[in-house]
Design a protein around this ligand. Structure first.
Ligand code: 13P
Ligand code: SF4
Length: 319
């Protein structure tokens, strides 16, 4: 505990000295979430991270999350220096959507509007008409559908099919998935709900359809935390990365939070429902980055110039 406290104090001092700002996602280590909040940075979902990074005047941002979040910050602010605690922190959705295969898929369907999830590489975004996050994907597809547009969606198949069902849009889906959310199980969730009939069921839409179908609230990380804040329920079943429980417990102290069931749920499964790449962000590597300036994110400026178009469209739509 003492070591953690001294690491945090040193990080705070360096953030001040270097005039750097920490932007953390809700799935990273609780200390990194707290540090972001305590030092004038932000902890939020991926849409808010993008907007906060773009609007903040600091010349250096430290993005504690996964690679696509750092890349999005760089694409939106090419003049800023973007550092990350670990550059190998990626995402199964990004890994499962190689830019060349994606470009070939788009080439086969030139009549479709290309909508990609934020969890993709800069090169994939460069090929897209729209980027969306889980907090606003439904509204954007709804608007495109109302304009009569047919959609090519990538990469998350669960989020894509959820949006497709809700909007009735014509959507051709890439078959990617999040390795964390893909593990939540519908049948086991039914049993859990029967044991906790009073619990509100909170589900991130990267989860499989059988899990989404049982949700009381479906939304981005920020939207799920807001639902906890607004609810009178005494307990919550949570189908998303358990890094989010830190903020949920702050939002509703004393209430009961239960991890939604995964196939591997057991006393011995410590990493269930926690993203291995988000877990790569820690106090030690954050300090190292602040001390050395290591782990800078670079995006090819030509690719960034193309990719920014689809991100700006989302941010303008959300404004
Ligand atoms: P949010 O945009 O809801 O924060 O989700 C990002 C993510 O990676 C979820 O797995
Ligand atoms: Fe990607 Fe899933 Fe990790 Fe989010 S939780 S960064 S979607 S692998």
């Amino acid at each position: 505990v003492e070591e953690r406290a001294s690491l945090k104090a040193r990080i705070k001092q360096l953030l001040r000295e270097k005039q750097a700002v920490l932007v953390s996602h809700y799935y990273v280590d609780a200390d990194l979430q707290d540090l972001a909040e305590e030092t004038g940075g932000c902890v939020s979902d991926s849409l808010e991270m993008a907007r906060f990074g773009r609007d903040h005047p600091a010349k250096t941002l430290i993005v504690a999350g996964v690679r696509f979040m750092g890349e999005t910050a760089k694409i939106l602010s090419p003049e800023k220096r973007i550092l990350m605690p670990d550059l190998d922190a990626t995402c199964s959705l990004d890994l499962g959507c190689a830019p060349d295969e994606f470009a070939a898929f788009c080439d086969q369907h030139p009549d479709r509007t290309v909508v990609v999830y934020a969890n993709t590489s800069a090169a994939v975004k460069a090929r897209a008409d729209w980027m969306v996050t889980s907090s606003i994907g439904l509204e954007i597809v709804q608007a495109l559908h109302a304009q009569g547009k047919k959609i090519l969606w990538a990469p998350d198949k669960h989020l894509g099919s959820y949006i497709q069902k809700q909007t009735g849009a014509d959507m051709l889906l890439w078959q990617g998935s999040c390795l964390v959310h893909d593990e939540f199980k519908g049948t086991e969730l039914e049993l859990m709900r029967a044991e906790h009939p009073e619990a509100l069921v909170l589900v991130h839409p990267e989860s499989p359809a059988a899990v989404v179908a049982q949700a009381d609230v479906i939304g981005s990380t920020s939207q799920l935390i807001a639902a906890v804040q607004a609810s009178n329920a005494p307990s919550f079943i949570v189908a998303t990365d358990n890094g989010i429980l830190h903020k949920m417990r702050q939002a509703a102290p004393g209430k009961l939070f239960i991890d939604a069931p995964t196939a591997g749920n057991s006393a011995t499964c410590k990493s269930c429902a926690h993203c291995p790449w988000m877990a790569m962000n820690g106090l030690q590597n954050l300090l190292h980055v602040l001390e050395t300036g290591a782990n800078e994110i670079h995006v090819d400026p030509a690719v960034g110039k193309q990719a920014v178009v689809c991100i700006d469209r989302m941010l303008d739509f959300a404004a």
